[in-house]
Each structure stands twice: as C-alpha cells, then as structure tokens.
Design a protein around this ligand. Structure first.
Ligand code: SAM
Length: 240
C-alpha cells in the first residue's frame, strides 16, 4: 500500500488534495485511481481512497490506521560525513530502521569536505531520500536532518544516553546491545578514516560511552546500520 505524507490535518470524510509530485506519482506512475492508500499527518495515519487523473489527484480520508510503526525511543545518529553515495545509503537505511534524527558532522579524518555553498541543495536531496524511505517503510514520522555540525559541538551534544561506536574498543568496552536500555539515545559513528585518539578522548570527556559492535572492523555505513538495528530491536522489545 502506497503511503504519502500530508502537510494538512487529516480527518475521516475530509478530501486531501495531493501535491503535484504526489499526483504525478499516484496517477501516472503507480496508477492508484480508486485504490486505498495510507496518508500520514503529524504522526497520525489514515486510510484513504484515491481519485483523479494524474494531474489533479485527491484522496477521500477514511478511518484511522490503528497500527503504529514509530519507536517510542528517540534515536539520534551523529554521523561523520562520508562519501556521498555512502551517506545517502545511510540516510535511507537509517530511516527504514527507525532513526528519529540524523546529525552529520565533520571530523579530522573525513575524506569528504563539507561545502557550505552546496548545503541547501544537498539538504533538499537528503530530505527527499528520508521522505521516500519513510513512505516506503510506512513510518508515521520523517527523520529530522540537522545542519552539519562541527566536531566540538558533537562532543557537547546533550542526550540521556550517549554512545561512541569505537572499533578499537573491542577488548575493554561492552557490546552496544548489552548496555543500551531501550530508551532515547544518541550514538556517534566515525568517517571512513575513523577517529583520532584525541577525538576519541574528546568524545569520552563529552560524556560518550565507548561501545563495540563486535571484533570486526565495519565500514562506516555498516556500523551505522548495525548500531541502529541493535538499538531499534531493544527499543521495540521494550515497548511491546
Ligand atoms: N579505524 C577503522 C579502520 O581501521 O579501518 C576505520 C573506521 S570505520 C571504517 C568507521 C566507523 O565505524 C568507526 O569510526 C566506528 O565509529 C565504526 N566502527 C567500525 N567498526 C566498528 C566496531 N567493530 N565497533 C564499533 N564501531 C565500529
């Protein structure tokens, strides 16, 4: 069942007018005339029946969808900038896994440089990726993507639980899954080149607990997903 996000309030009996992009997709790409779709506004989902011709498409709002797919816990991924296609893949997969907020940041060993002049277009593309992933995974919320943070601000980031996924912590740090409580948390994943010793120390001084994701050295994108999968599973189990 196709899902779209609505920026207007929904109620049974209301008629939702699709945006031009949604109308084109619903009418010309997936041919949803007469079909039932899922509309979401402000965290609430409704079933609705599509009508229209591809240029102008509406949906008659029916009953509420009782199924809730959002995690209760707010999971915040602080992700060092990595190569474009990898970062975009992290955005999509992290959205499917239930991330609430993604905060990109720069650190000393990032292989890509953050270009301020490209920020606006980049953010639009990033929002498109997480919106489509949230629609595909039937989430009631679209993850928030912050502006790119400086490393110093990552160290100061406030959260109930703060974890630093550190590949050299295998010997002396716990597995993330054995310490994460299932509540809201922030976790940091480094760039392709990892963190310098000084950066690790600065993050620990900023209140991050080092955790391991296992004995193997994961690519940044694999580590981001592994950490999220562990945390989403724990959080989901806690809310059942
Ligand atoms: N230092 C790594 C190396 O030797 O190739 C490069 C960093 S790794 C590609 C990118 C990020 O993934 C790390 O900064 C860390 O946050 C995370 N990571 C990778 N493997 C991990 C593991 N086994 N446990 C915890 N975090 C890991």
């Amino acid at each position: 069942m196709q899902q779209y996000f609505s920026d207007t309030k929904l109620a049974p009996g209301a008629v939702y007018e699709m945006t031009p992009q949604q109308a084109h997709h619903a009418g010309n790409v997936v041919h949803l005339q007469g079909k039932i779709i899922r509309l979401v506004h402000n965290g609430e989902a409704y079933f609705a029946r599509c009508e229209g011709n591809g240029r102008k498409m509406t949906a008659l709002v029916l009953e509420k969808d009782p199924v809730k797919r959002e995690l209760d816990a707010e999971l915040v991924l602080l992700q060092a900038l990595v190569r474009r296609e990898k970062f975009e893949w992290i955005l999509q997969k992290a959205t499917e896994l239930g991330v609430s907020r993604i905060i990109p940041f720069e650190s000393s060993r990032c292989v890509v440089q953050y270009r301020k002049e490209k920020a606006e277009r980049q953010k639009e593309r990033w929002m498109q990726i997480v919106t489509e992933a949230a629609e595909q995974s039937k989430r009631e919320k679209i993850p928030v993507i912050d502006d790119v943070l400086r490393f110093e601000d990552v160290c100061r980031f406030e959260a109930e639980e703060k974890y630093l996924a550190y590949e050299n912590a295998f010997g002396e740090s716990p597995l993330l899954g054995s310490v994460y409580t299932g509540e809201s948390a922030a976790f940091v994943i480094g760039p392709e080149g990892g963190f310098s010793e000084e950066e690790v120390q600065a993050l620990v001084s900023g209140g991050y607990r080092t955790v391991t994701l296992g004995a193997r050295i994961l690519r940044a994108e694999t580590a981001a997903l592994a950490a999220l999968a562990v945390m989403a599973d724990t959080a989901e189990r806690k809310q059942r």
